[in-house]
Design a protein. Structure first.
Length: 141
């Protein structure tokens, strides 16, 4: 809508209102993009900064796993309570568990969850059980 030099006050006000609405919509979109980027940065930082487990001769170290899970929850990478839906199936390629850091071997059962930033988290069954107990068994959609 182009307003000519001979436009009335009402036409000019309508044009100003329309430009204002477009500006507000663009600003809201920009803030959404910024918030999404911050979330991705925080979750990536949490995943990259997590400590690697010490090899303890096969002994389960539940406290170490709980500590790592709490850190990921506090950083916002993992939700609390635990997600209601996770993929469970056979592992197709070796990768490390998000909670304990040990390798989930090909063919072993794994649990997988993708956060809103498309960062994928892999878990052993025992690590999912610890995660569930840590968040009191409550689940999110």
């Amino acid at each position: 809508m182009v307003v000519g030099t001979d436009a009335t006050i009402a036409e000019r006000a309508a044009r100003a209102r329309s430009r204002w609405n477009v500006a507000i919509a663009r600003q809201a979109s920009g803030w959404g993009l910024v918030a999404g980027s911050r979330w991705l940065i925080d979750s990536s930082r949490a995943a990259l900064d997590r400590s690697r487990p010490l090899i303890r001769g096969g002994a389960d170290n539940h406290e170490h796993i709980k500590k790592r899970l709490r850190t990921l929850i506090e950083c916002g990478a993992l939700p609390s309570p635990m997600p209601r839906r996770m993929f469970a199936g056979s592992c197709r390629e070796d990768h490390s568990c998000t909670a304990c850091g040990l390798t989930i071997g090909t063919g072993e059962q794994e649990f997988e969850w993708t956060n809103p930033g498309n960062l994928i988290f892999y878990f052993h069954r025992r690590c999912v059980e610890i995660y569930g107990a840590l968040t009191d068994g409550h689940r999110t959609p």
